[in-house]
Design a protein around this ligand. Sequence first.
Ligand code: ASP
Ligand code: MG
Length: 410
Amino acid sequence: MSKLIVQKYGGSSVANVKKINQVAERIVSYARKKNEIVVVVSAMGDTTNELISLAKEINPQPSEREMDMLISTGEQISSSLLAMALHKKNYDAISFTGSQVGIITDVYHTKARILNIETKRIKDELQKAKIVIIAGFQGLSTHQEITTLGRGGSDLSAVALACALGADVCEICTDVEGVYTADPRIVKEAKKISYITFDEMLELASRGAQVMHKRAVEVAKKFNIPLHVRSSFSKKEGTIIMKKTSYIEEPIVRGIAFTEDEAKITVCNLPDKPGVAALIFNELAQNRINVDMIVQNVSHRKITDISFTVPKTNLLKTIKVSKRIAERIGAEEVLIDEDVTKVSIVGVGMKSYHGVAASCFSVLAENKINIEMISTSEISISCILRKKDGKKALKALHKEFELDKIKSRS
Ligand code: ASP
Ligand code: MG
């Protein structure tokens, strides 16, 4: 039976002419089976980064509207080239920008959210038996401006399209074979995960795993669209992200995420009285700064410290805001520490096992690794460590929870 398939190809999968041709060949192998195919592409290789550096060379603080005008072009290049590659193979294909197919977003440039997708134009083309290729990462705002969805946003375009079109399959095709138990570049024993739940993937993605865009997983979860993360260049089965996996017993830990992209801020010696934390975090929120972990120390003589972590990309803004508040509430100083790493273990199995935190902390202790901050959710435990200890911690935890022993589908 023919299916409606949405496939997304990442930037490294369309980085050059040879790869674009290979991707075209892969698409053809699905088209031959009379499937309806909608392809979403990212910009070729490092294009988006190059465009951003170009802009900054001209103006270190470019207008966000012009930024979107610029960086949305990367995907227009790859989508049109892919259509040409398909034409060369005698397949009928047509490329579109996000605006052309009515991917409607809000008005926040460089971080727009999708509001609605008008599917008529896509459906019309599919009906003419065309392969429809859509530039990822972009849309048209309710003010008729071109917007982009935030870095890595093509995943989100694909998932949103799969949802709007009621696709049978949504494949995220990339340069790795799936989601791994840990970054295989750091842990060579890391294994490909066969099935993972939306919640676990969300935790991994928001704690540093880079395979999938967090907002894309959120949308997939909300509309219950299973995702298949797999290689662009092999037929091997990848990782299925779904609502519930069918294991009789879930593993305690499904995967471990690792990130060096966060910094720790400490506001020292602030008065320990009602309203102080609210003041700090309200102000950060108003500046659209995403705070992750928060720790308030035990107070001595009504004076305390509050530490929290933020993405390094928000660091300058955070320092400015924190110093301003510190002054206002009479805190002593603001310390900035960029030399930290966050390691997080994630697994739905944690809900039904006890002692997971104990094993996690014991392994770190055995390896003489000091934990500076801890945060937990129902299905995860994250620790902030010195940066130099991060990789060692990752390897030790991977071994402790026997992630090197799981079996992957091939
Ligand atoms: N090209 C955009 C980026 O590099 C979007 C994407 O790759 O998904 O962020
Ligand atoms: Mg990319």
